[in-house]
Structures are given as structure tokens and as C-alpha cells.
Design a protein around this ligand. Structure first.
Ligand code: FES
Length: 253
């Protein structure tokens, strides 16, 4: 897809804003690549050249980075990019079954898109949400504790319209792939402070620590290796701030 003059004129100020956030311009490459995905849905040859021009890099240098990270796509993906975690924990908890079932249900394989362009499928490796295994992501938003049936219901809903579909944690409503890419480029939407950001499984250890009155530096196991508590050593340190729901912390965008 060729980048039109109109698109260039619109994107250049955005690119300048992104580049201005970094002391060294080439550090802006990752968000610039997301910006191009927000415009075209994936990284076209024109998009790679645009990034190279803005940063004074060669197209080969830009391509080397763009081809390294799996969040950058080199062909069109769906409006809703569905990632199924098949890493160890999710795999044994049902992730492998979910991926196989979705491939059968949608009639597409890994890294493919439905003919209507609505949903694409990708197997992912650990999303750092293992306490909610098996996990599915849609445009990098979490859908926790899935089953083959719930994942089928999810993709069917996405194909008929995402209204009413909310991630388990994170933003209260789903963005399209392009909208999510623009957020990753550093232009947040109005959801940055919304939604639940921490669930009970993630807070279980913190809850135990609070119940027991433990603070950072304590040595509840009595190993004598992590702090002075109980040994008459130096003063206790203040407890770390507790994460709260709905404040935007912990989001990936
Ligand atoms: S193994 Fe699936 S989120 Fe970690």
C-alpha cells in the first residue's frame, strides 16, 4: 500500500512529536513502527521507508528491528487480532486446545485472518498473565481463564460486532487493531485510567503480606537472608503502595 501525500502530511507532525520524546532520535523507532501500523494496519514497504526517513536510518536498519519483534506485522491482520497463549502453563491448562478449536471454528491457521477481515489468529508465548491461565488476548487486551467454548463465543462476538465485549482486565472496551497500534505509538485514548488493572490472583501474595503485617525487608521464612526483621537489626521500611483497581497502572499500553 502506497503512503499518500495526505497521509504523509498528517503523519509527519505525529512522528516529530514521538521523536521529540527521546534524546536520541533512533530511540523513537519502536513507537514509530506502531504509528505506521496504526495508519496501514501492518508495516508496508512505504511505512518502513517513512520511519527510516524520519529517523535518518537506512531502510535495512529499520527492517532489522521490525522483523525482530512479533508485535510488528508484515501482512494485514484482522480488526481484532486474537492471540492464544500456548506457553507451558497456559498450554497445559487448555491453551493448546483453545488454539486448535479456534483454528477449526474459524477455518484459519496460525497467523491467518478470516475472509471478512475481522479476526486474525496467532499463538502467543507467555503474556505474563500466568495466574489467569489459559489466557487469550485481543489487540493486547486480556481475556482470562478461557475455555474452548468461551473463546469461540468471543471470536463469534468480535465478528458480529465488539459492542458489549469487555476485556477481563485493562481497558473497559476493546479498540480495533489500528486504534490499539496508535495507543502503542504513544497517543492514548480516553481509557488510560479506566477498567480493572489487578485481579485477585495477582494480589494474593500482597493480601497475605498485609494480613501478616509483613513489609519489604522482612524475612517471614526465617532464613536470615533478606532483612533485619525479628533479628533486632535496622528499622523496618515502609510498605510498598498497594495496587488499586481502575487507576491505569499495569497496563501494557
Ligand atoms: S503461560 Fe500463558 S500467560 Fe504465562
Amino acid at each position: 500500500m502506497a503512503l499518500s501525500q495526505e497521509a504523509r502530511a498528517r503523519l509527519e507532525p505525529d512522528a516529530a512529536q514521538i521523536i521529540g520524546r527521546y534524546p536520541v532520535s533512533r530511540s523513537a523507532l519502536l513507537p514509530l513502527l506502531h504509528l505506521m501500523q496504526a495508519e496501514e494496519g501492518y508495516l508496508t514497504e512505504d511505512g518502513l521507508e517513512f520511519c527510516a526517513e524520519q529517523l535518518g536510518l537506512t531502510k535495512a536498519e529499520v527492517t532489522a528491528v521490525a522483523s525482530f519483534y512479533t508485535m510488528y506485522k508484515h501482512h494485514p491482520v484482522g480488526d481484532y487480532h486474537v492471540g492464544v497463549c500456548t506457553n507451558s502453563l497456559c498450554g497445559v491448562m487448555g491453551g493448546d486446545a483453545i488454539l486448535a478449536d479456534l483454528e477449526d471454528h474459524l477455518g484459519i491457521g496460525d497467523d491467518e485472518t478470516t475472509p471478512d477481515g475481522k479476526v486474525s489468529l496467532e499463538h502467543l508465548e507467555c503474556n505474563a498473565a500466568c495466574d489467569y491461565a489459559p489466557v487469550v488476548m485481543v489487540n493486547w487486551e486480556f481475556f482470562d481463564n478461557q475455555t474452548p467454548q468461551s473463546a469461540r463465543n468471543l471470536v463469534d462476538g468480535l465478528r458480529s460486532g465488539p459492542e458489549g465485549i469487555s476485556p477481563t482486565r485493562g481497558a473497559p472496551r476493546l479498540c480495533t487493531w489500528k486504534q490499539a497500534s496508535r495507543i502503542l505509538a504513544g497517543f492514548p485514548d480516553d481509557q488510560a485510567a479506566g477498567g480493572n488493572t489487578a485481579g485477585e490472583p495477582s494480589l494474593a501474595g500482597l493480601n497475605v503480606a498485609e494480613e501478616q503485617g509483613w513489609t519489604p525487608g522482612d524475612d517471614p521464612a526465617g532464613t536470615g537472608s533478606s532483612g533485619p526483621s525479628g533479628s533486632g537489626g535496622s528499622p523496618r521500611r515502609a510498605a510498598a503502595p498497594r495496587p488499586t483497581s481502575g487507576n491505569g497502572n499495569g497496563k501494557t499500553k
